[in-house]
Design a binder for this molecule. Structure first.
Ligand code: FUC
Length: 788
């Protein structure tokens, strides 16, 4: 670092003259869009939840759209506190049988207290996701601006800020490019020359130093913090390369100063030393140098073109139109603030596409899975550590993916599960003396697979099963055998854990998990620990059934298959309780619990995302699930509401699903930038809510593709194209006056398909490549085969 000059807070400075880089003046913004896939505002963001998110799966940026002061808050998805560690509690092996005995004896409080001592990890809490810092742009010569507009174009994946100062229009555009691994920013005007004067600097809450290297590069280098006694170990480096056309450039105390440039392009690269949960020997400096070198050779236009082609390949697969009213012309924050009073069907469509946008921006093959906040976090102590919560949130983040034609974005979840299948073996052995692997209700970058936080929340050994069932769904949609072959060993190993861990219930002999809980819900004041809650059985029925099916498909492990089948037969069935509700626990405690309106509806897993309960095949259980939903009530956290939309849609309660969606879209559950409000911000509500909108329009489960199962009155006419159904089938829909006009199915695999619209059902024998049009006639569905 000999050629660098320190300009950190303590800083010194060095002056230099930049080399002017030729690039054309912009004629037009890259993507301010007038279309219905744009979020826009008429004033800058005052708060983080008003700023606009960009992401390439790994790098995140929140753009504030300031006029004289612009802040671009930066994240990198592997930047966490701590370093590789093993939190397993050495007392677990001896302690677990005692916890179990206390539960059988009905001494739940004692059992939970003991679990806190002998099972909960040391340290108890996991490591938190960290912000990298902020790129700060301080502009000069900008007073009395007019005609302000900032926007996020979901189709172009560009954040733009535009305003006028006297006769000159200023335009700032930001992208986060996946193909070129940088965040790129262009500052331009429509003046013929010299209107960009800006100071560029980096700040960070981390232990880091900031320097200028050469005369055109800012470098910030640091290390992540220690937490809960685990030393900080992840090194990171951010580089900002400044490219300008015209004007002058100096370096100084506050970073790099550009005066009177025609145009400026900033390239921002960030990397960390993280390679895997047990390896942080990467070289962030080498990575960002290479990223910056490659991106600087390209120029803005080529970067933008590559970025948009890459993004649109995913984003443009689905188009949605739920109708349009004049409300759609209002700024986005006003639409959200007034969503209760306005008739604004396009807001739901925007929410759906925003969910797809967020998943594209926060989960790409090779990156970390979307965490509780996707990849966007400005705090060093974020809520719930902004990590992965496995008792609903991480799975919910992926409910949207396959049906919304973004199936390949599930890959990071598979990789995280592979990691957990390694670390989780340690815990399975340590805590249960079992084969296979276990994961509990949270994990972090270090893939902790331990009971964590405290037993009331964490004593839930079902994280692996839910992850695997979520990943199975990706197979079921895509029918990608290579994916199944990667998934199957993780399933088989997880089954071995449960085969060893399940124990007979003393009253019935049925096989149950003990200890466990029904996520986060107390059955008696202050205690959630129990044996055999309904959700355990539901998750295990799915895991076991899927593993048997996968082993048959792949021709593996007949002996294991037989063992699983024998155990499956002894898993308790779902039961209906004394209020007619679907019973949440092994005992019928449901009506006497401290929080009757609890946010989690874990035992409704079987209705959604599972398919064990359906209106057609298990009408009594479906009625009980409905009763449970009524008792629980619709109001909940953002993700809790998101889940309820999907559940009501599965119950085909169209107006109820719509009502709950409206609850999600109001400002208590949706921030001005459209981020979901738990509160605080959690991305699960966005992705689960968008999945719910999808479930209202098309469902595929239990062997049926159901068209418009929960279309509300307020969306009388519209269309959606590019959806996916299980079995690798494409679905396009058009409707008018509340009725299906036509559906087009595209078979990418072939095979039998049953399609339902209203009361009409048709059976199709599809060949690979078939395109079939379905049109309703009184009492039925007409099928027409379309040419290739
Ligand atoms: C679960 C939920 C909370 C929150 C947290 C991240 O524990 O019960 O509401 O979403 O995850």
């Amino acid at each position: 670092m000999d050629d660098s000059t320190r300009i950190s807070r303590r800083g010194v400075m060095k002056a230099g003259t930049g080399i002017a880089l030729a690039s054309a003046l912009p004629v037009q913004a890259a993507g301010e869009g007038a279309a219905d896939t744009v979020l826009w505002y008429d004033s800058p963001a005052d708060e983080w939840v008003q700023a606009l998110p960009l992401g390439n799966g790994r790098l995140g940026a929140m753009v504030f759209g300031g006029i004289a002061n612009e802040r671009v808050q930066l994240n990198e998805d592997t930047f966490f506190a701590g370093s590789p560690y093993d939190g397993t509690n050495p007392k677990a092996g001896a302690g677990l049988p005692r916890v179990r005995e206390l539960i059988w004896a009905g001494k739940y409080k004692e059992a939970q207290d003991l679990a806190d001592e002998v099972l909960v990890a040391r340290p108890q809490r996991q490591m938190s996701y960290q912000p990298i810092g902020d790129l700060m742009l301080l502009f000069q010569g900008i007073e009395n601006s007019q005609s302000y507009r900032r926007s996020l174009d979901l189709d172009g994946a560009v954040a733009s800020t535009r305003f006028k100062v006297r006769t000159v229009t200023h335009l700032r555009e930001v992208i986060a490019s996946a193909p070129d691994r940088v965040i790129a920013i262009r500052l331009s005007t429509d003046a013929p020359k010299g209107s960009v004067t800006v100071n560029i600097s980096l700040t960070t809450p981390q232990d880091a130093e900031v320097m200028v290297e050469g005369d055109d590069t800012l470098v910030m280098r640091g290390i992540g913090p220690a937490q809960h006694g685990v030393p900080g170990g992840i090194r990171f480096e951010t580089r900002v390369r400044v490219q300008r056309t015209g004007g002058r450039q100096t370096t100084g105390r506050d970073g790099i100063r550009i005066e009177d440039a025609d145009e400026v392009v900033l390239l921002v690269a960030t990397a960390t030393s993280y390679r895997r949960f047990d390896d942080i020997r990467g070289d962030p400096s080498a990575i960002v140098r290479a990223d910056i070198a490659a991106a600087s050779a390209k120029g803005w236009q080529a970067l933008l073109a590559a970025h948009q082609a890459d993004h649109r390949k995913l984003f443009r697969r689905v188009a949605i139109d739920l109708g349009r009213s004049p409300a759609a012309d209002l700024p986005t924050d006003q639409r959200i603030a007034r969503s209760g009073e306005l008739d604004d069907p396009a807001l739901a469509a925007l929410y759906y596409q925003f969910g797809r946008y967020l998943l594209i921006a926060s989960s790409r093959p090779g990156t970390q899975p979307a965490n509780l906040q996707g990849i966007w976090n400005e705090r060093t102590a974020p809520p719930w550590e902004s990590k992965w919560t496995l008792n609903i949130n991480a799975e919910m983040n992926y409910w949207l993916a396959d049906a919304a034609n973004l199936g390949e974005l599930v890959e990071p979840l598979l990789r995280m599960t592979k990691d957990l299948a390694i670390t989780g073996q340690r815990t399975a052995r340590n805590d249960w003396g079992a084969r296979g692997w276990v994961a509990y209700h949270n994990t972090d970058l270090w893939r902790q697979a331990t009971v964590n936080s405290s037993a009331i929340y964490g004593m839930w050994p079902m994280g692996g099963a839910w992850l695997l069932n979520t990943l199975w769904d990706h197979w079921d949609y895509s029918r990608d055998r290579a994916f199944l072959a990667e998934l199957y060993p993780l399933m088989a190993s997880s089954c071995r854990f449960y085969l060893d861990a399940l124990v007979p219930h003393p009253r019935t002999g049925e096989l149950v998990m003990n200890p466990s809980n029904s996520p986060e819900n107390s059955h008696h004041p202050g205690v959630s620990i129990c044996a055999g809650p309904a959700m355990d059985s539901q998750l295990l029925r799915d895991l076991f059934t899927h593993t048997i099916a996968a082993s048959e498909l792949l021709g593996d492990d007949p002996a294991l298959r037989a063992e699983i089948a024998a155990t499956l037969a002894k898993i308790p069935p779902d039961r209906i309780g004394k209020a007619g509700q679907l019973q949440e626990w092994f005992d019928d405690w449901d009506m006497d619990v401290p929080e009757i309106n609890h946010r989690h509806v874990s035992h409704l897993y079987a209705l959604y995302p599972g398919e064990q309960i359906t209106l057609q095949r298990t009408p009594e259980l479906a009625a009980a699930a409905r009763r449970t939903l009524e008792i629980r009530g619709d109001d909940a956290t953002g993700w809790g509401i998101g889940w309820r939309i999907n559940l009501w849609a599965r119950l085909e309660q169209r107006e109820r699903a719509y009502k709950v969606l409206q609850m999600l879209l109001q400002s208590s559950r949706t921030y001005p930038n459209m981020f979901d409000a738990h509160p605080p911000f959690q991305i699960d509500g966005n992705l689960g809510g968008a999945a719910g909108i999808g479930q209202m329009l098309m469902q595929s489960h239990s062997g049926i593709i159901h068209l418009l199962p929960a279309l509300p009155r307020r969306w009388p006419s519209g269309h959606i194209s590019g959806l996916r159904a299980r079995g690798n089938i494409g679905v396009d829909l058009r409707w008018a006056e509340g009725r299906l006009v036509e559906a087009i199915l595209t078979a990418d695999n072939g095979g039998p398909a049953r399609v339902r619209s209203g009361d009409a059902i048709v059976e199709l024998a599809l060949r690979k490549g078939d395109r079939v049009r379905l049109t309703p006639y009184p009492g039925g569905l007409r099928t027409t085969r379309l040419a290739g």
